[in-house]
Ligand binder design. Structure first.
Ligand SMILES: [Zn+2]
Length: 142
């Protein structure tokens, strides 16, 4: 279980700095760190609460493939310029098999946890960015 974490972050799309205090039941903040090596992690409380709720209801481990992304990391991975990862509103969750994909989506829909979902081969993207369109599911296949 993680400790109380007090985080001061600067919001890239919106102005102003915010002080937030989050206690997560199932995750450590290090799981959401930008993977470019910069070490930055500015996740939104709203997203972290939803993930804890999802993890509780699913009753299985939830592995984060990608959480916070700085501008550099987002460019490197080919992310969209308005990606919710830049603002700490998104995570990509590892999907080990089709049964897990079914069960996690089932919990998300049943409890209305996320309504912005991207389906990839071995991950799903979920976000709660208030500036992006709600009630969408997309895929990354060409
Ligand atoms: Zn970075």
């Amino acid at each position: 279980m993680s400790d109380w974490i007090i985080r001061c972050f600067h919001n890239s799309k919106r102005s102003g700095a915010h002080l937030q205090r989050t206690k997560m039941k199932h995750f450590k903040m290090s799981e959401f760190k930008c993977d470019c090596g910069c070490g930055k992690v500015d996740m939104k409380d709203e997203l972290l609460k939803k993930l804890d709720e999802l993890r509780d209801l699913l009753g299985e481990p939830v592995t984060i493939k990608s959480g916070y992304r700085c501008l550099k990391a987002n460019i490197e991975c080919g992310g969209k310029t308005d990606s919710a990862h830049l603002d700490g509103y998104a995570v990509d969750i590892v999907i080990p098999n089709s049964r897990y994909r079914h069960d996690i989506l089932s919990v998300i829909f049943k409890h209305n946890i996320f309504n912005r979902i991207g389906i990839n081969r071995s991950t799903i993207h979920v976000d709660c960015d208030p500036l992006l369109p709600p009630r969408v599911i997309w895929h990354y296949y060409s």
